[in-house]
Design a protein around this ligand. Structure first.
Ligand code: SIN
Ligand code: FE2
Length: 206
């Protein structure tokens, strides 16, 4: 197993968990998903403002945001087609980094070099016991981790291509976000920028 740093109870950082070959394989999976389910631009429920991050999903469920709110749904908001299946490699990563139940959703976030994501909690899942496992591909992100309360102390780390980050246990509802992308820090994506894949369990089992 690769090195693991515990930044807070249940918040694990695995630097360089995937080598260059594995990153290329993951990227090929992402490209195949996006060919079926193109990136869309989500909007904020109240303000209608566009996110700077563009998104897609694979798996039975996908996370979306628009005037009706944040939610999981089984189809792409623009094409209305079901999300493509979750590739085996991604399902395997979810288990490898701590999940006991299969992922139902993989949110694909694309950050152009000027995109960011403000501090938030991942709390639209019914099952808050399963971890959120996040994989980074492409340019390095300045990632910010807080605690379970808004306004608490935060720490910043650099998530590079091939890194894995896990929010689980007491950190499952930790605030987190991306301050900025370090443009040009990776050559994995020809177009530049960063993909972040977050694997989630949505519904409770049993
Ligand atoms: C997210 O919270 O959905 C994305 C986190 C990241 O881009 O690392
Ligand atoms: Fe998140």
């Amino acid at each position: 197993m690769t090195d693991r740093l515990e930044l807070a109870p249940g918040a694990f950082w695995y630097p360089a968990a995937f080598d260059a070959r594995a990153q290329a394989d993951l990227l090929a999976d992402v490209r195949a998903v996006l060919a079926q389910a193109p990136l869309f631009t989500p909007t904020m429920p109240r303000t209608g403002k566009s996110f700077s991050v563009r998104m897609s999903n694979c798996g039975p469920l996908g996370w979306v945001s628009d005037g009706s709110g944040y939610r999981y749904q089984s189809f792409h908001p623009d094409t209305r087609q079901p999300w493509p299946p979750l590739p085996d490699r991604l399902q395997a990563a979810y288990a490898r980094f701590g999940a006991a139940t299969p992922a139902e959703a993989c949110l694909i976030n694309y950050y152009a070099p000027d995109a960011r994501m403000s501090l938030h909690q991942d709390r639209d899942e019914a099952d808050l016991t399963a971890p959120v496992v996040s994989l980074s591909l492409g340019d390095t992100a300045l990632f910010r981790l807080g605690g379970p309360e808004r306004g608490g102390a935060t720490q910043a780390i650099r998530l590079a291509s091939g890194d894995v980050f896990v929010l689980s246990g007491p950190s499952r509802l930790a605030f987190h976000g991306v301050d900025r992308i370090l443009g040009g820090s990776s050559r994995l994506l020809q177009e530049g920028g960063r993909f972040n894949l977050t694997l989630r369990r949505v519904s409770c089992t049993g």
